[in-house]
Design a protein around this ligand. Structure first.
Ligand SMILES: Nc1nc2c(ncn2[C@@H]2O[C@H](COP(=O)(O)OP(=O)(O)OP(=O)(O)O)[C@@H](O)[C@H]2O)c(=O)[nH]1
Ligand SMILES: C=C(OP(=O)(O)O)C(=O)O
Length: 207
């Protein structure tokens, strides 16, 4: 019997997150509220799809942002503050609060479909594995082997770092798992795959 995979999803403070997308939201470059709303929409669409995927157990968001924490908790999503700054630190902290089979999911996958995430998790088949981003250099999903530490190596060139950590590269027909959005061009690609409802609304407002 396969164990459920618990997922950690870290998100930076909203005033620092998604800096390459500043100006993509409704009011343009000076509209900080609209930018924060876009980051929240990306995270909520990602987490909602992830939590509904077959094979996923608990999901914990690691963030020290008060507004994001309030919004996510109102949606019934578990949030914990960072224990120390940094992306890999946030992943390790979240993983320490979860069960024996843990994974790391990026928070900027607004086209994510539950079935595609479930297929990627099933393909890992209990081994340490990762899904590279659309460009092949970053990582959108890292899965530890059951009972093993997450050992996250996110950051520039994380696909190579995860490969050299012994993780199997998962390449399959799951474009929405690979489509992280760092730029407006990425957002357009995600829109082509079909955005989640909250991001769709923000993207329409800005179009
Ligand atoms: N909790 C937490 N999350 C982080 C931290 N650094 C990055 N993240 C999250 O990890 C993901 C990838 O982060 P980055 O690529 O560094 O930054 P970004 O917010 O996506 O975009 P840019 O500002 O354009 O680089 C995003 O979902 C971030 O919110 C951190 O120090 N703490
Ligand atoms: C941190 C990463 O993602 P990005 O900078 O693309 O958000 C990564 O792929 O390891």
């Amino acid at each position: 019997m396969r164990s459920y995979l618990d997922l950690v999803v870290p998100v930076k403070r909203l005033d620092r997150a998604k800096s390459r997308l500043v100006g993509a939201a409704d009011g343009g470059i000076g509209d900080r509220r609209a930018h924060a709303d876009l980051v929240v929409a990306l995270a909520l669409d990602t987490i909602t799809a992830a939590a509904a995927a077959d094979g996923v157990g608990d999901v914990v968001v690691v963030t020290s942002d008060p507004m994001l924490t309030a919004v996510l908790r109102a949606e019934g999503i578990r949030c914990v503050p960072e224990a120390e700054p940094g992306l890999n630190e946030a992943y390790r902290h979240g993983a320490s609060l979860l069960g024996r089979h843990v994974g790391a999911l990026q928070a900027d996958l607004p086209a994510l479909r539950s079935e595609e995430l479930a297929a990627a998790i099933a393909a890992a088949d209990g081994k340490r594995a990762f899904v590279p981003d659309r460009q092949g250099t970053g990582t959108t999903l890292l899965i530890a082997a059951p009972g093993e530490p997450l050992d996250p190596r996110f950051g520039v060139g994380s696909a190579a770092a995860h490969r050299s950590s012994g993780a199997i590269e998962l390449i399959g027909d799951w474009p929405t798992v690979r489509c992280d959005v760092d730029t407006e061009a990425d957002l357009s690609v995600a829109a082509g795959l079909g955005l989640g409802p909250r991001t769709e609304q923000r993207f329409r407002l800005s179009a």
